[in-house]
Design a protein around this ligand. Structure first.
Ligand code: TRP
Length: 339
């Protein structure tokens, strides 16, 4: 937990509550978070301000933000050991973002590949927030003097611009910000689509049978696995060969991630049984493994007072650090302190 006699390094990550959590985000990220508290003081926040760069339905955004918080706790993130909060509850994020906007160059923002991609996808709403998004993300990170920022490959450029902004600011005003390192977790389990196993499993996949959600009903999960595309070879044999047998290999990865069985063990287990039996078994295992997470999430969502307590406490802890950094920044740039 964030304590004042800082011994552990600080890790921080933001997650946009812009969609449902997939099996891929669980196996690739969330599942590994609880163990990190041994090495780091961890901050995780729901980046709700970031989601406003794309139009959201207000009621959905509220619901997804709370569901995401509940799901993280259900996945084993202990709110006593991690600081869990909602970005908009800590106004220093927006306040520092304004200052950093003035230390971020138009040309730098114009080079961001995510801005280019999102401008194409939302070409009826290319708003200024979409453009200055990296300055807000830099504020998120720099407020907490984070050492380490775990992000997916797609966010690496944003951590790099954050480093540039921090260094630029520091070179003018002295050592105000810690310059953070990106941390791209090793892709232990890169989960592929069940229907197009050469593509990453993604919530934006047009074929919803390709994507399994963490909080999906067990019968839907089982159905999706039964329908999963296996390979068009005539072998009908469970064997790990990611190039020739992308579908089967993906299912083996998933099965192995949930059971800790090696590929050799899995091959032995399903020898002579064919794809049908294998797909059914993987579906059962996944459905059974995530069922407690779904139940726990729903239980937590029903207990509003508990969740409120968690995010209030989280925001309080976060504010304590964020406020200190913002105060220093305001002072350095020459704003008159109110107190
Ligand atoms: N931009 C990140 C994403 O879309 C979310 C995010 C916002 C974030 N602020 C952050 C990630 C700060 C790490 C640190 O995935």
């Amino acid at each position: 937990m964030a304590d004042t006699n800082q011994t552990k390094k600080i890790m921080l990550s933001g997650i946009q509550p812009s969609g449902e959590l997939t099996l891929g985000s669980y196996l690739g990220a969330i599942k590994h978070w609880p163990a990190r508290t041994e090495e780091f003081d961890c901050y995780y926040f729901m980046a709700d301000l970031h989601t406003l760069t794309v139009r959201q339905k207000p009621a959905d955004l509220r619901k997804r933000t709370l569901t995401q918080l509940a799901a993280y706790i259900a996945c084993g993130l202990d709110p006593k050991k991690n600081v869990l909060f909602i970005q908009s509850h800590v106004p220093e994020h927006a306040q520092l973002a304004w200052v950093l906007n003035c230390y971020t160059m138009f040309g730098e923002l114009n080079r961001m590949t995510q801005f280019k991609d999102k401008s194409i996808k939302n070409n009826d709403n290319i708003n200024a927030g979409l453009f200055t998004y990296p300055a807000l993300m830099a504020a998120d990170i720099l407020l907490y003097q984070a050492d380490c920022v775990p992000v997916g490959e797609d966010q690496k450029q944003h951590v790099e611009i954050c480093r540039d902004i921090a260094s630029r600011f520091n070179s003018i005003y002295g050592d105000v910000f810690k310059v953070p390192d990106p941390y791209i977790p090793p892709v232990g389990a890169r989960v592929m689509s069940l229907t197009t196993p050469t593509n990453k499993m993604s919530k934006s996949d047009t074929d919803q049978n390709g994507c399994v959600y963490l909080l999906e009903k067990p019968e839907d999960i089982k159905r999706k696995f039964k329908k999963a595309v296996t390979d068009s070879d005539t072998e009908n044999c469970v064997r790990y060969a990611p190039k020739e047998k992308a579908g089967v290999s993906n299912l083996m990865q998933i099965y192995s991630a949930f059971t800790d069985k090696s590929f050799a063990d899995i091959e032995r287990e399903f020898e002579g049984l064919g794809y049908g039996a294998f797909k059914a078994a993987v579906g059962e295992t996944v459905a059974d493994s995530v069922a407690p997470i779904r139940e726990k999430t729903n239980e937590l969502l029903a207990d509003k007072a508990y969740l409120e307590n968690i995010y209030r406490e989280g925001a309080e802890k976060a504010s304590y650090i964020a406020h200190k950094t913002l105060r220093k920044v305001y002072k350095k740039v020459g704003l008159v302190p109110r107190f």
